[in-house]
Structures are given as C-alpha cells and as structure tokens.
Design a protein around this ligand. Structure first.
Ligand code: BGC
Length: 906
C-alpha cells in the first residue's frame, strides 16, 4: 500500500513538474482588455509561465474570434496565426481580417516549449475597437449658451432622456470634452476616472474615452448626463491666464445601443440636450473649486427630471476637431491619506497634516447649517508658526470652498481640480474638525506598478518611497514637473532624465505612447521640439533647450529598449531625425554653442556650472547616436550609416574642443565627466582618466558630496558603480549632509524635492520663486537602486528584457536588498543578503528569458547554486570571471547563489 501511494505521489509530482509552459497576463496595446482603442493593427503580448527551469517558447498560436463562442470552439474567424515558430511573446501585431469601428475581438494563445510540448489555450482576453473614422461621430460638441466669458463660469450640467425600446445586448458611450468631464447614466457615475479626456494640445488633438455601460442602461426610459469643467482647455494652465485653448468647456457624448435583434440606436449630444449651471460655481486646476451645495440639482440625471427651465445646449459639429481614441490609463484614485494630526495655529484656523506630500484633493465631511462655508487651502509645508506655507505655489491659490446645504452630514470632494499638498488649512468649519472630518484622496495616472525595492537601511527605503510617490504624483495625464505651483507642465528635461527610473516603478508603455504623441504634436516646422509637451503656444516659440528638446529622442528610445517596442521608434523616427537635423543646423563645427533655446543646462547644480557648450554638444552627440541605432533597428541601413558617421564626427569635434589628453573635460565638473562617461563620448582608454577626475571632484573638491543638477544626478551613482567606484556611490547615497539625497529625508521629505536645499534648518525655505517639494528629477537615482543595488538591468542589444542582466552590487551600509521588476516577459527578482564574507543571491528569471548573472567571487569555484558548485548547476553556464565577479548565463527559473565575496572589488 505504502509503495503504491508513493508511486502515485511520484506520478503526481512528475505530472505537476511536467506541466508545460502556459501563457498568462494577456495584454493588448499594453492594456488589459481595453475597449475603444484606436489601433486597427493592435499588438498582443503575454507572459509565459512554467514551473520548470530553463524553459523557452519555441512557437505560439494566436486565435482571434469575433465572438467568445467562436473562440471557445477554437475558431479564429478574425485571425488564426497558425503555429508560428518563434520565441516572441510581446507586442505581436495582429494580422487578421481588417477590423472595423466598434468591433470586439476575443483572443487566446497557446505556446510550445523547447521540448515541443504544447500548452492549453490561455484564458481568453479581448479588446474592442473605438470609432476609427471621423464619420462615425454623430454627436456634437455641446456647451452652455450665452455665457459671460470674462469670468469663470459654473460647470454646466447637460442631460437628455431617451427610450431604449428593446432588449439591450451591448451599450457604449464614447465621450470627450474640450475641458474635463464626468459622465453619468441614470444617476450614477459611469466610471470613477478623473480629468478625462486628459491633457493634450487641444489645438492639435483631443482624446475620447469609451465606456461599457451595458449594466447601467435599462430597457425603457434612461437619462444620460455629463458635467463639464474648464480643465486645461479653458482653465488656467501654468501661470498663464485662463482660456488658453478655448473660451468655455464643451462636451461630446455618443451613446450607442445594440439590441438583441442587432438593430442599433445612437443617442448623441446635440442642441436638443438641456444644460444648466449647478453647484460647481467654478473649477480650475490652479485655483481650486468653489461648490455651493445649496445649488445642487437633485435627481438631475434621473428620468422625469423637470428640465424645462434648463437652456438648450449650444452645439457645434465635430468636424473642426475630431477626437482620437485614448490609448493610456486614465487618472484615478490610487491611495488614501488619513489625517495624522490637526493643529490650531491661529484661533479658528485648523491645519490637518496628512503625513505625506500627495496629489489629489481632500474629501470633506461636515455637518452644519445651510450657507455656512468651509474653506480648504492646500500646502506642502508649514511656516515656523505652524500656519501653512503657500508662497511657493506662486499664483496657484489652490483653495476649495464648500458651502453647506444643511440638514445632516455632508460629504464633498471636488470634481475638477487637484492640488499638491501635505497640509490642509481648514477655516469656517462648523465646530472643531477631527481627523475624521477630512481624508486625502490620492490621484494620478493609473499606470500599474512594475517594480519594488527594499533594503536594510530605512532612510534608503524612504528615498525609494519618495521617488515612487514623486512619480505617481507627477505622472498625471502627462509627465509633469510638479503638481502644486502654477506650472504642472510636461517639462521635457524632467521627463527625459527620469524616464528610465519610471519604467522600473510602473508600466509606462501606454502612458508614454500617449505622451510621445504630444511631444510630436509640439514639434515646430523647423524641427525643434519644445521645452514642454504638450507644447503650450502661449509659452512662446523658443526651441527646446539641450537635454529638454532631446527628450523627443531619448524617451522613445528608452521605451523601445524597455518593451522592445519597435513601433514607437517607427512612429517617432522622422520626428527624432528632424530634431537631430535641426540641432545639426544650429551647431558651429558640430559644437552646439548657440541658439540653445532657454539653455537650462545642468539645471539646479550646486555651484558647479558645466559649460553650456559641453552639455549641449554631449546631448547632440547622444541623440545622434540613438538616432543611428534607431535607424539600424528599423532597417534603414543608409540612414543608420549616415547618423553613425555623424555621431563619430560630433564625438571627434567634442574631444578636440573639450577634452585634454589627460582626460580632463572642459569645466572639470562632475556632470561634464558623467555625460562623457555615460554617453560614451571619449576613447575607451581615456575612461579611467575621466573617472579619476570625477572621483577627485567628488572626494577632494567637494568633500565627498555631489554637485550635480538635473542632468548629472541620475548618472552619478550609475557611472561610479560602472567605473569601479561602487563604494563611493554608496557613500554618496548614504551621505546625510547637504547636498545629498538623504539631506531632505533627514528634514522630513516624503517626496523628492526640486532643490537639494528646498528647506534647511539653518536657512529655512529656498526662494519661493521656484521651490517645489514634489519634483521627481533628482529622484533619477532610482534607476541605480534597481540596476546596481538591486542588480536588475537591461542587457545592451537585447531590448525588452528577453535576455537581461542580474548584477547586484552590494556596498557598505546595506546588508541586504530585495528588488523585483515585472518585465514585459514576466517577473524578475534579485534578492541579496550579505552574511559575514558570504553573499547569498536569490534570483528569479521568467520563463522564455535568460539572464547574465554576476556574482562577486574570488573565483568561479567559490560560487554555489542551491548548495552545489555553480559550475555544475543545471541551466547555469559559466561565462567568465570579470572584474571580481563570476558571470554565468542562466536560464529561466529560481536560483540561489552563494559566494565567498560580498563585493566585486573587496
Ligand atoms: C520646472 C522644471 C523645468 C525647468 C526648466 C522649471 O520651472 O519646474 O522642472 O525643467 O523649469 O529649467
């Protein structure tokens, strides 16, 4: 009996282990089951998963069907890819029958592994096309008639009722606004998204969203409604006046019903819709929202509401601006901050501390009598007397005002504004507010989390937290510089220095796909990108500065590298080329010395200005290099050669003009050395010399401190680790005196500050003219935390983490670090722990990928995997000893390495 049972167990164990790989996490255009997409050749991705080690996919078959029923019968009536022999799993272009507007496509995939074993089909996924042609739009833009446009107007509520005569199979709403909108159906919010349709340059582009409202609509009578706010379109943008793009908000609603008999009905916004002002007296991103609950319109979106007194909407056709499908995650609430304490620095003036610098607004809970008004003002910091510090918000008055209707507990949260804050000043509150009176609602673009990092040092963990919060705060529809003062623009330099870190923290493929359209929209006919994207025309016509304009090349290339997204390169290649040609045209002997726009250079460095021509020419070379590589990836052989040659010539000119034979770079600054080392601008043999000068500057001139601004900060530790100065990188990381990453943390920072010394004990606040406490740029060191402390990085030449690097570089001050990253192929992990002289490294490599793993060791023999010599371990092949590390090529699966050394250079 015993033997029989063990045989059964053995068989079961064998069966479990022999489960071939499966395809999971199906995505379409980076999104899970998206609806209303604008791509008619969408791209499909999945993860391969397997319990076994060393597995690879050798083939896939994708089925795409027009109904779930057909898909279940394994009929790919739209596309049956057949068995395609490849290990590819990501961003695979649909190649089936042409897709039409509104079409739903159901799909699944099965895969074959290296032993030829075929998986089951995956769980089905789907996508749905949006309105692919301008002629699909029957709706008209609608707004409030006869407004006095010289002052902010109340938000219009617009409604209509309709009859759904038959049983409904499917209902969709396609909606947009010149402004921002909230959509309602039968009294309910259709979705809890915020600030749709998002920020674009409305002169060029406006987005629409698609909502599945099948569950909200009913046979018989229904009411659909929309509330509009000024948003970026008609409200204040940055520090400029309101109405930058248009005078008043307009909304667009097209509801489409498909009945069981397949007949269709469209309910489209038009002048027949009724509009009325409501309780939102005014709303503005910079100024805040004024809400008078006494003016609420109860049941305005219910059937039978008496709207006779409402006006007929002003309407105009869509032909002047045809909305295009949104392709990225909307803004949503992603966290909540509770009040930690409430103080009363002046009589009747209460200040609630949420304990975290956040972006969003406050949900207010209040009880009192009709007409009482509660005012909320928002701030990141406090004055020494405990009142809120708002000077750094400049003209952004960031004030929400709520007038009570009376008669019970009232809960209010604004619809069309957001603030960057940690503290909320409450005045006019009936009675004394308690921590329960207010809740911080945290919002941002709903980019899914991708990475995680933690280590043995709590201050470093706080730094990581601040970087993550900085990103989630500032990735709000577009990558902004800061969320609180009268700016909040898509600053290109900030986006460019931070993008690689951003890709580790969150899945930003869709977010950047959207934003890069804004970047391209902003390119001038001369080829220059702007300093900000969407390029706001009221900003002036100055061309993008070096490193700012270069975002138009660096960001698409980074997205390509991280996700192996060739289409992003293909779509932006011509724009990238125009930028490089534009810069080429303003250079003098290939040196970019003049006509450098606002020429911010190494912005906010610490008394160590890198010569502007060095910075500008370095970026010109770098963008040209990336352009040449893009051309080669896209198979443009001639242009690849042409730009490779140009890159070589710029490099040559750079060296002749700026570099001495002993490796000194003009300016002799940390950032000058960082740029030449990171962008590979000097001959190989001179790298150690340049690295030596860099170290000298940090250690000798600066007493082991950094002096970098926006451009150098993100490269500092990366370059130090890469040039054999990992110990110094750790010392800089852990330095607590000014200037350093830990200095703001010692001073209570919960997000990354714009300046190294935004506030100091000795001097108090930096100039209010420019002093944000939630600016991600200096947090670009996050890339180093993931890539070097954690050890997870791309392998050059292998985009999309198909084959990647695991190279943890422990250093003094940390005894362990745990890092994970969900790549487009699946989750990667690298956890290390130092115990005495021994290092333990646990790694996880997704199925169908492999890694080059570096383990610090005295020799290859000193490394074990799961207790046996790594030289004999399964799926592990020794490559070579390299700079104090044993390197192995490792197939997919989980491994535990142990070695006799903690660092590569003990
Ligand atoms: C922004 C920056 C931006 C800079 C240009 C500032 O006002 O907040 O982050 O890059 O201007 O120098």
């Amino acid at each position: 009996m015993k033997t029989f049972l063990s045989c059964v167990f053995l068989l079961l164990a064998y069966y479990a282990a022999a489960q071939p790989m499966t395809a999971t996490h199906l995505l379409c255009e980076y999104l899970s089951n998206p609806i209303g997409i604008g791509e008619n050749i969408p791209r499909l991705s999945w993860w391969d998963e397997s319990q076994e080690k060393g597995t690879t996919q050798t083939a896939y078959q994708i089925l795409v069907a027009s109904s779930l029923g057909r898909l279940e019968k394994n009929t790919g009536d739209l596309w049956d890819s057949g068995k395609v022999a490849t290990s590819e799993t990501s961003l695979i272009s649909y190649q089936g029958k042409p897709l039409t507007s509104r079409q739903t496509a159901f799909w699944k995939v099965r895969v074959w592994d290296e032993r030829g074993r075929r998986s089951q089909f995956s769980t089905p996924a789907k996508w749905e096309e949006g309105l692919l042609s301008g002629s699909d739009w029957k709706a008209q833009w609608i707004g409030m008639p006869n407004l006095d446009l010289s002052k902010p107007d109340p938000s219009p509520y617009a409604r209509t009722e309709f009859n759904a005569a038959k049983h409904i199979l499917k209902a969709r709403i396609y909606a947009s606004a010149l402004g921002v909108y909230d959509l309602y159906l039968n009294g309910k919010r259709v979705d809890d998204v915020k600030f749709n349709p998002g920020f674009t340059d409305y002169d060029h582009r406006v987005l629409y969203q698609t909502f599945d409202v099948t569950d909200l609509v009913k046979e018989g009578r229904n009411t659909v409604g929309i509330i509009l706010g000024d948003g970026w379109y008609a409200g204040h943008v940055g520090g400029w006046d309101r109405q930058q793009y248009g005078k008043q908000p307009m909304g667009l609603v097209q509801m489409e019903l498909e009945y069981s008999d397949h007949s269709r009905q469209i309910i489209a916004s038009s002048s027949r819709w009724k509009v009325s002002p409501g309780p939102i007296i005014s709303s503005d991103f910079m100024r805040g929202e004024v809400y008078d609950a006494r003016k609420e319109l109860p049941n305005w979106c219910a059937n039978g509401y008496e709207d006779q007194t409402w006006a007929n909407a002003m309407a105009r056709p869509v032909d002047d601006i045809v909305p295009v499908a949104s392709c990225s995650e909307p803004v949503r609430q992603w966290d909540t901050c509770r009040v930690k304490r409430i103080s009363e620095p002046q009589t009747g003036v209460y200040v609630a501390d949420l304990g975290q610098n956040m972006v969003g607004y406050a949900r207010l809970k209040v009880q009192g009598s009709a007409g009482q008004t509660v005012k909320l003002r928002f701030a990141e910091m406090l004055n020494p007397d405990g009142t809120i510090y708002t000077a750094n918000l400049r003209t952004a008055t960031s004030t929400d005002t709520y007038t009570l209707k009376g008669g019970g507990i009232e809960i209010y949260e604004p619809s069309f504004t957001f603030h960057g804050f940690r503290y909320v000043e409450i005045t006019g509150y009936p009675g004394k507010p308690t921590p329960d009176s207010l809740t911080g609602i945290v919002v941002g673009s709903a980019t899914p989390n991708a990475g995680s990092f933690s280590c043995s040092n709590s201050m470093v963990n706080q730094l990581y937290h601040n970087i993550y919060w900085g990103q989630r705060s500032n990735y709000l529809s577009i990558p902004t510089d800061c969320p609180q003062r009268d700016e909040r623009l898509g600053w290109m330099g900030d986006a460019e220095v931070f993008v690689r870190t951003a890709t580790y923290n969150s899945q930003v493929g869709a977010f950047m796909t959207k934003w890069l359209n804004d970047v391209q929209d902003g390119q001038s006919p001369k080829g220059d990108f702007g300093d900000v994207s969407p390029r706001v025309h009221f900003f002036g016509t100055a061309p993008g500065a070096p490193a700012w304009g270069d975002a138009g090349v660096i960001v698409p290339f980074t997205i390509y590298e991280v996700y192996n997204d060739k289409r992003i390169l293909a779509r932006h290649y011509e724009a990238m080329k125009r930028w490089v040609e534009y810069v080429h045209g303003v250079t003098n002997g290939l040196l970019w010395e003049k006509v450098a726009g606002n020429d911010y250079s190494d912005w906010l460095n610490i008394n160590e200005e890198t010569p502007h021509d060095v910075v500008a020419t370095a970026y010109f070379a770098h963008s040209t290099d990336l352009l040449a590589r893009s051309a080669s990836i896209l198979g443009k052989i001639d242009e690849a050669r042409k730009y490779k040659d140009l890159y070589g010539q710029i490099r040559q000119a750079f060296n002749t003009a700026f570099v001495t034979p002993d490796g000194r770079v003009k300016g002799d600054t940390q950032t000058a050395y960082l740029l030449v080392l990171e962008f590979n601008l000097i001959p190989e043999e001179m790298r150690p010399l340049a690295a030596k000068h860099l170290v000298e500057d940090i250690v000798t001139k600066r007493n082991t401190h950094l002096a970098t601004g926006f451009l150098g900060a993100g490269f500092l530790n990366l370059v130090l680790s890469e040039t054999g100065n990992n110990d110094l990188a750790y010392r800089l990381l852990l330095t607590e005196t000014y200037p350093s990453w830990m200095y703001p943390i010692k001073n209570g920072a919960t997000t990354i500050w714009e300046r190294w010394d935004g506030w100091t004990k000795e001097k108090g606040f930096q100039t209010p003219v420019m002093n944000s406490f939630n600016h991600y740029s200096l947090g670009a060191v996050g890339r180093w935390l993931y890539a070097d402390v954690g050890g997870i990085d791309l392998l050059p030449g292998s985009p999309g983490y198909k084959k990647f690097v695991i190279r943890p570089r422990p250093g003094k001050g940390l005894s362990w670090a745990k890092t994970s990253y969900d790549s487009i192929h699946g989750p990667i992990k690298s956890d290390w722990k130092a115990v005495g002289n021994n290092l333990f490294v646990d790694v996880e490599i997704p199925a169908n990928t492999s890694a080059v793993v570096y383990i610090p060791a005295s020799s290859s023999k000193a490394v074990t995997e799961a207790g046996v010599s790594a030289l004999r371990a399964k799926n592990v092949s020794f490559l070579r000893m390299e700079k104090g590390a044993a390197t192995f090529e490792v197939g997919s699966g989980s491994y535990r390495f142990e070695s006799d050394r903690v660092t590569e250079n003990p």
